[in-house]
Design a protein around this ligand. Structure first.
Ligand code: AMP
Ligand code: ZN
Length: 490
């Protein structure tokens, strides 16, 4: 299959670029993954679903992909995102204190929760999910290369990248260097030998503010304060090392949240371009950044109880795929505001989509079901919208327009729905056929269930309760689950 054209907004250059893969038909993607010290909130989930939408768009457009999504299990300090990491607190250490556990156990626990949550959202598994602690030697090698070539220097407390040595340092952010938040230490841990406030750490020695660091490794670097160069890597170098390991010194797309633009990704470009001797535009060709999810128009916050998780969604009786539907409604470059009312509206739309699909499916004689074909024009337009910088709101609107189009037969409509679900990922076909197979229920009862689904979608709780009683009186037990109604013979 010939690949369809895809344009993506590139933060580096601030314009849409045509994707021109390094290897024809094959796209390598690196996505900055979670810091595994706590359950990830639905904002993090938005970032994962967006990377999944990119991957699925590439697949439906004829490309093969390799997706790398790392786990940060060391060195992500509390000041990192604002460029003030030098004496930040280590997130893993905080978790160890909170849970009286070990860094490794903490990491494994939250990796498992994350994996379960992103599977619930029907995201395709990444091809590689490295843990930073498994790539320390790669980080040491890169740091050594930067020291050898004069881009980095050592003090007794750390090895720093010298930002003044890299003229393209501010290309990604477009900010003036002196306007970036100062990273110079303060208090009793200030490193007076740091040459420039924006110089950032590649390696922290187990000294000063980090004398009690829990996760440390020996290194070839020397400091008069520690033996054997013992310490731990700065956060940014991990992504340079892991992307190089799995994708090479130059690859196609790098993804992450917008907060990574001025610090984390800026530093990654500097390290990788200088250590590997590639131009700053060559490390990753396209930089895609997703805007944030906010709750009640405010930053999601654990202390305010608005950093909701997938479990919160399930506990409130929602189908988690309603959250995926909710994400589809906003463009990835727009801020999206989460409220429970908005999620309810998404759930209603998703249920309507399922009900519509079910009605269509029933209208297709079984002997025709094997030969259904999507409608060529709608299928083409769907892929074109996605190929234009992953425009999910437009592609979703197109699906609803297609459903309303009377010129299409039920089988064309159903086949087009299933075709689009390759990207939407809403389990449309599975939803219908799974129920048909596992619940051999008489038609009369199924109709009541369907009516009840409609009543629930209309929030007509009285009618929904009445229908539940009627179903029960006819000998069937009905249960409302996060995956819709489930029915069993009593
Ligand atoms: P972290 O664990 O904070 O390093 O975040 C993991 C990923 O989730 C990163 O790619 C972040 O950019 C992204 N992320 C964090 N918060 C949000 C948010 N509120 N909305 C969307 N993406 C987010
Ligand atoms: Zn990263």
């Amino acid at each position: 299959m010939k690949q369809k054209p895809i344009t993506l907004f590139n933060t580096l250059g601030k314009q849409k670029n045509l994707l021109e893969p390094i290897k024809t038909g094959y796209v390598g993607i690196y996505h900055c993954g979670p810091t595994v010290y706590w359950t990830q909130h639905i904002g993090n989930m938005r970032s994962v679903v967006i990377s999944d939408l990119l991957v699925r768009t590439l697949h439906i457009s004829g490309y093969k992909t390799t997706l790398v999504r790392n786990y940060t299990d060391v060195g992500h300090l509390t000041g990192d995102n604002i460029g003030d990491a030098d004496q930040g607190e280590d997130r893993m250490t905080k978790a160890v204190q909170r849970e009286q556990s070990t860094p490794d156990e903490i990491a494994q626990k939250y990796i498992d929760v994350f994996q379960k949550d992103i599977t619930t959202l029907n995201t395709l598994p990444a091809n590689h999910t490295p843990r930073a602690t498994d790539h320390i030697s790669g980080m040491i090698t890169l740091t050594q290369q930067l020291l050898d070539t004069g881009y980095a220097y050592a003090t007794d407390y750390a090895i720093y990248f010298s930002v003044e040595k890299f003229p393209e340092y501010t290309k990604l952010s477009g900010q003036k260097l002196e306007l970036q938040k100062q990273g110079l230490g303060h208090g009793d841990v200030a490193d007076t030998n740091k040459k420039h406030p924006q110089d950032f750490s590649l390696w922290f020695f187990k000294a000063g503010a980090h004398a009690n660091a829990l996760q440390t490794w020996e290194s070839p670097f020397s400091s008069s304060l520690v033996k054997n160069g013992e310490g731990f890597p700065g956060w940014h170098i991990e992504c340079s090392a892991m992307s190089k390991h799995f994708l090479g010194t130059t690859f196609d797309i790098h993804m992450g949240g917008i907060e990574h633009i001025p610090i984390h990704h800026t530093n990654e470009i500097a390290q990788s371009a200088c250590a590997n001797q590639v131009p700053h535009t060559e490390y990753a060709h396209i930089w895609m950044h997703n805007e944030h999810l906010v709750t009640d128009n405010k930053k999601m916050s654990k202390s305010e109880g608005t950093a909701y998780t997938i479990q919160d969604i399930i506990d409130r009786g929602f189908n988690p795929l309603s959250l995926r539907y909710f994400f589809l409604q906003a463009h990835y470059q727009s801020k999206q505001n989460f409220t429970w009312e908005a999620l309810q509206a998404s759930e209603t739309s998703l249920q309507k989509l399922y009900t519509t699909a079910k009605t269509l499916y029933k209208q297709i004689p079984w002997y025709k079901r094997l030969f259904m074909k999507p409608h060529a024009q709608y299928a083409h337009d769907f892929v074109s919208f996605l190929g234009d910088n992953i425009d999910t709101p437009q592609s979703l609107a197109l699906v609803w327009n297609m459903i309303k189009d009377d010129s299409l037969s039920p089988s064309e409509k159903y086949a087009t729905l299933i075709y689009t679900d390759q990207v939407l990922g809403l389990h449309i076909h599975q939803h219908i056929t799974a129920k048909e197979k596992s619940v051999p229920i008489p038609k009369e009862i199924l109709e009541l269930v369907e009516k009840r689904e409609q009543a629930r979608a209309n929030k007509d709780w009285k009618e929904s309760d009445r229908l539940r009683d009627e179903i029960q009186n006819k000998g069937y037990e009905i249960k409302d689950t996060s995956d819709g109604q489930q029915i069993h013979k009593k």
